[in-house]
Design a protein around this ligand. Structure first.
Ligand code: HEC
Length: 511
């Protein structure tokens, strides 16, 4: 072998191993994956899974389709917005600004306009969702809500549908314009029994998703505040769970309209309404997983957008069984290693740094401390070791730290065994899973302010003399000035940066 060939050989061998490693670390296994079907063209955001089959109804490039995820076969149905099936799967609804349509669904051919079951000119609006308030044999009573484009209000109508005939016989029994009109609700979705609404309350500050009971007077009684803004919520058929996506690269309480799929990193979460525990179901290393929709069996369909332009793999429908997904959950008590020479908070920060490195490498983006921690604390031991051993440059630990690579390896080593006694998080914990002030001082300030200042004692810290800050006598005065200043030479931490959350945490600490 001559030198050139030898070099080429090494070059190829080397690039191949690095590519393989890159793939291995980014590819988080999807244990609950049941089915994946690529979508031709671009699907609209809004689609629905059929309750009892592998079919999905969606709008692709302006045309409504019913597709069988197993065979890939699809047939068009009239309408150009938001196709949503009734629960017997025989009828598809589609909304518009001039009225509401019901069409029969065929398993082997398209549906034509002439086949319309019912056109209701009085129910105007889009983004419909369907609940079934009663069912006796073949007759169901449905409550359907739409968001009116004209009045921006939520309207609903109730229909009796008899599915013993083909096509089903459908009649309207009630129409109401202005549901929960006392509130400013966005992205409303009705529960499967028609009694509850999930929506983003726009007047709340910050705007966030809440669950309401629909009262007999058609007002909304708040029963749950998720504490964060999510994409459109879907209720499970048994009413016990909800599923939604949030953008994991944005701070969790920031509302992202989820309309723009070219930014951020959307992932799917399921929440148990009774325990309020939530579990993250997807970890898109690139692109997004969004607008999840339940089937009656509790399985979930969502769209994955890999962001790979001009690829037939860009969009797909993914069917998962959430029961098979252990869920990577945030936890107050991270997996702790007693062999390590640092406290629980520092280990938490280290895990966050490892998780953040994963996002940097795989999603090519910076993520929050919280999201980094959720991922870092739940990586398998192998993935954690892979990151520490092969990507240590991407793991940014606070500069004041003495944790060495071999100690991070120990941290990874302690992971799987500590995992078993973890409890699921509640949604509040995710929202408020901020760093505590002492660990911020330790990681961001102590490197220069070596152990003179009483960081662990807020009362003493307040009174600590500030000799180098004009206009301040003590740290109580100096800290806000130093943290909030726009002057880089004066602002703390010198040469570094804190997030707004971290700044608030420190200011509250000495308040
Ligand atoms: C890279 C070194 C460095 C880091 C990191 C750093 N500081 Fe400082 N800090 C200094 C120096 C040097 C001074 C004094 C000189 C000056 O006024 O800038 C100072 C001054 C201060 C003062 C004013 C004290 C006085 O007596 O007036 C406060 C308050 C302060 N720092 C808070 C913090 C906090 C809080 C953090 C962490 C979030 C932090 N610093 C991180 C170097 C640092």
């Amino acid at each position: 072998m001559n030198l050139f060939k030898l070099t080429l050989f090494y070059f190829l061998a080397f690039t191949q191993t690095t590519l393989a490693q890159h793939k291995a670390v980014c590819n988080i296994p999807e244990p609950g994956l049941v089915l994946k079907t690529n979508i031709e063209g671009s699907p609209n955001y809004f689609f629905r899974a059929f309750p009892d089959s592998d079919k999905v109804a969606y709008n692709g490039d302006g045309t409504n389709f019913v597709m069988n995820m197993k065979t890939g076969e699809k047939f068009s149905v009239p309408g150009s917005y938001d196709p949503v099936p009734l629960f017997d799967s025989k009828t598809l609804t589609t909304s518009s600004d001039i009225g509401f349509y019901f069409y029969p669904v065929h398993s082997n051919k398209e549906t034509t306009k002439e086949e319309v079951n019912l056109f209701d000119k009085d129910l105007k609006g889009t983004y419909q969702s369907v609940g079934e308030i009663q069912k006796i044999n073949s007759i169901s009573k449905y409550r359907i809500i739409v968001v009116g484009s004209e009045f921006k209000q939520i309207s609903y109508a109730e229909y009796l549908a008899d599915s013993s005939t083909t096509p089903s016989r459908i009649n309207r029994t009630k129409l109401k314009n202005g549901l929960c009109a006392e509130k400013d609700l966005k992205l409303p979705m009705i529960s499967k029994d028609g009694q509850y609404l999930a929506a983003r309350e726009n007047n709340a500050s910050p705007p966030r998703t809440k669950i309401y009971r629909i009262t007999a007077e058609d007002t909304c009684e708040e029963i749950l505040d998720l504490g964060l803004a999510t994409g459109k919520v879907d209720f499970s058929f048994d009413g016990r769970k909800i599923v939604f996506h949030i953008d994991t690269l944005q701070s969790v309480d920031y509302f992202n309209d989820a309309g723009d799929s070219t930014v951020g990193n959307m992932n799917v979460f399921e929440m148990d309404l009774k325990s309020k525990k939530i579990k993250q179901l997807t970890y898109s290393s690139n692109g997004h997983s969004y607008f999840p929709s339940y089937r009656r069996d509790g399985k979930i369909v969502f769209i994955r957008n890999t962001g790979e332009e001009d690829s037939t793999e860009k969009y797909s429908f993914i069917l998962v069984d959430p029961k098979k997904i252990k869920g990577l959950q945030i936890d107050e008590q991270p997996p702790l290693s007693t062999e390590l020479n640092c406290d629980a908070n520092q280990q938490k920060d280290a895990l966050s740094a490892i998780g953040q490195a994963w996002y940097k490498i795989c999603a090519k983006a910076d993520t929050s401390h919280e999201q980094g921690f959720i991922l870092g604390a739940n990586l398998s031991r192998e993935k954690c070791l892979d990151l520490v051993q092969n990507y240590s440059d991407s793991i940014q630990l606070p500069t004041s730290w003495k944790l060495e690579k071999k100690e991070l390896i120990k941290l990874c080593g302690g992971m799987s065994q500590a995992k078993s006694n973890k409890t699921q998080p509640t949604i509040k914990k995710i929202v408020s899973a901020k760093q505590d002030p002492v660990s911020i001082f330790n990681s961001k300030c102590a490197v220069c302010h070596n152990d003179n200042e009483p960081f662990k004692d807020p009362e003493a810290l307040k009174k600590w003399p500030a000799k180098l800050t004009k206009g301040a006598k003590t740290w109580k005065d100096a800290l806000p000035m130093r943290l909030k200043s726009k002057d880089e030479a004066f602002r703390m931490p010198k040469g570094g940066e804190l997030t707004q959350d971290q700044i608030n945490t420190l200011l509250n600490y000495i308040d």
